[in-house]
Design a protein around this ligand. Sequence first.
Ligand SMILES: [Ca+2]
Length: 127
Amino acid sequence: MLFQISELIIRDEDDNVISNNDTYHSHTSGLHDDSNESYDKALDSNTNTKWLDIGKGDITFEYPNGKIVGSYMYKTANDFNARDPISWKLEGSNDNSNWTTLDEQTNIDITTNRYANAQNIFWSVTI
Ligand SMILES: [Ca+2]
C-alpha cells in the first residue's frame, strides 16, 4: 500500500498556516528511498513535488514553543488517484510520550483533481 501527497498544510487555531520553518520534523517507518519523493517534499510549499511512501510512514512535527493546531489539509499530487490518502489519524502530545487522537478520517470522499485540496474544507481538530 502506498500513498502520495504534494503538500501538507497545518493551521493554528486562528486559521494561520504554521510555517514549516518553525518546526522540527521527522519521518518514521517509510520505505521509499527516493530522495526526490521524500516526506519533506510534502512540506516544501511546492505542489509540483510530492511525498511518495510505500510504507505508510508517519510524520512527526515538534514545535519548540508549542502550537495549538486548529485544522489541516493535504493537497493531491500529480498522478494515480488510488494513491490519495482516504484514511489516517492525527495525534498530538505535550510530552512525546502520551498521545491523544486529535482527528481521525476513515474512507472519506476526496477530490479527483490533481494538485488540489483533498476536500473543500479543512479538517478541524476538535480538542
Ligand atoms: Ca511539495
